[in-house]
Design a protein around this ligand. Structure first.
Ligand SMILES: Cc1cc2nc3c(=O)[nH]c(=O)nc-3n(C[C@H](O)[C@H](O)[C@H](O)COP(=O)(O)OP(=O)(O)OC[C@H]3O[C@@H](n4cnc5c(N)ncnc54)[C@H](O)[C@@H]3O)c2cc1C
Length: 435
C-alpha cells in the first residue's frame, strides 16, 4: 500500500462517513450489525428472543408490567411464568425508561409491592450515584479485599451437569437477561465457591447482559462477593430447591451436588485502602453533573450515547429540529467484545429513532467523527462520557434526569447513601435494606 493510500485509510477510519440506519425489522438490523460492526463483537449470538430494543418496546413493557405480587415473587427463578421481576432493566439501562418514569408508573399498585419495587429502583439509582462519584475506582474491591482477577475453580468443567448453573448460563447466553437471584447465584458460584476473580466474572456478565452497566454490574458483584460489605453471599442447593423447585430432582449432579454445603470461604477483611470518594466529599466532586442546562453557544446536532437513547432524553427533547448523531466507539467495542445480541438490541432502538428523526450513525472515534460540530448532549454520569465530552464541543449540556439528587455524604453502603437522599414522594412502608 502506498503512503498516500495508508494515510487515506487512516483518515477514513478516524472520521468515517455517516452510515444510514437500517429498517426496524430484525433481519435488516442483523444485516446492519454484521456489516458495520464486524470484528467488534465477542460472539455471533442471535438476537434476544425476549427483548427488542427501542422506545415502543420499552413503553409496551412498562404498560404490561403489573407490580402486584412483586414483593413475594421477585426472587422466584422457576417456574418462569411465576417470576415477579419486571424485566424492565434493559430499557432502563439505555434510557428508554427513566427511573422517575418507572417510579411514577407503579403508583397505584399495592403499597407493599410498590415499596419493594421502588426500593429496587433506589438500588439502581445508588449504583449510578456511586459510579458517578468513584468512576473507574469501582473496578477495585471497594472496601474489603477480594481477588479481582484469576480463574474460577467452578468454571464450565467443574459445573458440568449442574442443572441450575447450566440452565442459567444458557438463559443468559440466549436472552441476555436473568433475574437478580440468578445473578447472585452465578456470581457466588464463580467467585465465592470457585475463588475466581470477580472482575473476570463481571466482564463475562457485561458482555452478555442487555442491561450490562459498569455501575450496577460492579455493585452487584462487589456486594455478592463481600467486597462492599464484608459479608459473603453463599450460593447453596437449598436456594435452588426453594426458588427453582424441580430443578434438583432432574439434575445429573443431584447425588454429587457441588453446592450441597456452604462454600467454606473466609469472609473478607477490610482492604488497606478503600476506594477514594466513599466518605463525605465536596459538592463539586459528587459526580452529579450540571443542575441546569449549560449554554456555551448554538448547537447544530444532538449527540446521543448508549446511556440515554429514549425519546425523553433531555437534549433530544429540547432540540426537536436538529439532526441526531450516534457514534459506535470502535476502540471501546474492540476492547469489550460485547455479545452480538447486545449490539442488535441497541441498533433496533436506533433504527426506530431514525423513523422519527434525522439520524447519522458512525463507527469510529467520537472525538474525530464529531470534531468541529457544536453538540447538544445530556450529561451522562459515567467516566466514558466525561472523557469523550472533554474532547468534543458541547454547546448545550443538559442535566442528567436523576431520580433523587446526588448528595455529598457517605456513599460506601446503600444504607449510608439512603440516609442522605430525599425521595421523590412517599415511598410506602420502609423496606428492609436488602440487595
Ligand atoms: C452479580 C450481579 C450483577 C448485576 N448486573 C447488573 C447490570 O449490569 N445492570 C443492571 O441494571 N442491574 C444489574 N444487577 C442488578 C439486578 O440484578 C438487575 O437490575 C435486575 O435483576 C434486573 O431485572 P428486573 O428489571 O426484572 O428487576 P426488577 O426486580 O423488576 O427491579 C426493577 C428495576 O430496579 C433496578 N434493580 C433491581 N434490583 C437491583 C439491584 N440489586 N441493583 C441495582 N438495580 C436494581 C433495575 O433497574 C430493575 O430494572 C446485577 C445484580 C447482580 C447480583
Amino acid at each position: 500500500m502506498t503512503d498516500a493510500l495508508a494515510a487515506e485509510e487512516r483518515r477514513s477510519l478516524a472520521s468515517p462517513e455517516a452510515i444510514q440506519a437500517p429498517g426496524r425489522d430484525r433481519a435488516s438490523v442483523l444485516r446492519w450489525v454484521d456489516r458495520h460492526l464486524t470484528g467488534l463483537m465477542g460472539d455471533d449470538a442471535p438476537a434476544s428472543p425476549r427483548f427488542r430494543g427501542g422506545q415502543s418496546a420499552a413503553d409496551e413493557a412498562l404498560r404490561g408490567f403489573d407490580v402486584a405480587g412483586y414483593a413475594s415473587r421477585r426472587n422466584v427463578v422457576e417456574p418462569v411464568d411465576a417470576r415477579g421481576a419486571s424485566g424492565l432493566s434493559p430499557w432502563i439501562r439505555h434510557g428508554w425508561l427513566s427511573l422517575p418514569r418507572v417510579w411514577a408508573a407503579v403508583e397505584d399498585g399495592p403499597p407493599r409491592d410498590v415499596a419493594k419495587f421502588r426500593s429496587e429502583l433506589l438500588w439502581q439509582e445508588y449504583a449510578r450515584h456511586l459510579y458517578a462519584r468513584i468512576g473507574t475506582a469501582s473496578a477495585r474491591s471497594m472496601r474489603f479485599g477480594v481477588a479481582e482477577r484469576g480463574p474460577s475453580r467452578m468454571g464450565a468443567q467443574a459445573s458440568s451437569g449442574m442443572a441450575c448453573v447450566e440452565r442459567l448460563r444458557e438463559e443468559l447466553r440466549r436472552d441476555g437477561w436473568i433475574p437478580n437471584a440468578a445473578r447472585m447465584w452465578l456470581a457466588s458460584h464463580w467467585s465465592v465457591r470457585g475463588q475466581g476473580g470477580w472482575r473476570d466474572g463481571e466482564d463475562r456478565f457485561f458482555q452478555q447482559l442487555l442491561d450490562g452497566s459498569r455501575a450496577a454490574n460492579r455493585l452487584g458483584w462487589q456486594w455478592t462477593v463481600g467486597a462492599q460489605t464484608g459479608r459473603l453471599y453463599a450460593f447453596e442447593r437449598g436456594q435452588v430447591e426453594r426458588q427453582a423447585p424441580g430443578w434438583c430432582e432432574g439434575c445429573a449432579r443431584a447425588r454429587d451436588c457441588p453446592i450441597e454445603g456452604p462454600p467454606g470461604a473466609q469472609a473478607p477483611v477490610h482492604a488497606s485502602t478503600p476506594a477514594p470518594g466513599l466518605g463525605r466529599v465536596a459538592e463539586a466532586n459528587n459526580g452529579s453533573g450540571p443542575e441546569a442546562v449549560v449554554d456555551r453557544g448554538e448547537p447544530e446536532a444532538v449527540w446521543l450515547t448508549a446511556e440515554s437513547l429514549g425519546d425523553a432524553d433531555p437534549a433530544l427533547e429540547a432540540h426537536p429540529a436538529l439532526p441526531v448523531v450516534f457514534v459506535f466507539d470502535r476502540a471501546r467495542l474492540a476492547r469489550w467484545k460485547l455479545s452480538r445480541k447486545r449490539l442488535v438490541f441497541l441498533v433496533e432502538g436506533l433504527a426506530e429513532l431514525a423513523e422519527r428523526r434525522s439520524l447519522e450513525l458512525y463507527v469510529g472515534d467520537p472525538a474525530a467523527v464529531l470534531a468541529n460540530r457544536r453538540l447538544a448532549a445530556t450529561h451522562a454520569p459515567v467516566p466514558g462520557w466525561r472523557d469523550a465530552s472533554r474532547r468534543l464541543s458541547i454547546a448545550h449540556e443538559h442535566p442528567w434526569p436523576w431520580l433523587v439528587a446526588p448528595h455529598e455524604g457517605p456513599i460506601g453502603s446503600f444504607s449510608a447513601w439512603r440516609k442522605g437522599i430525599t425521595l421523590p414522594d412517599a415511598a410506602g412502608p420502609q423496606q428492609a435494606l436488602r440487595f
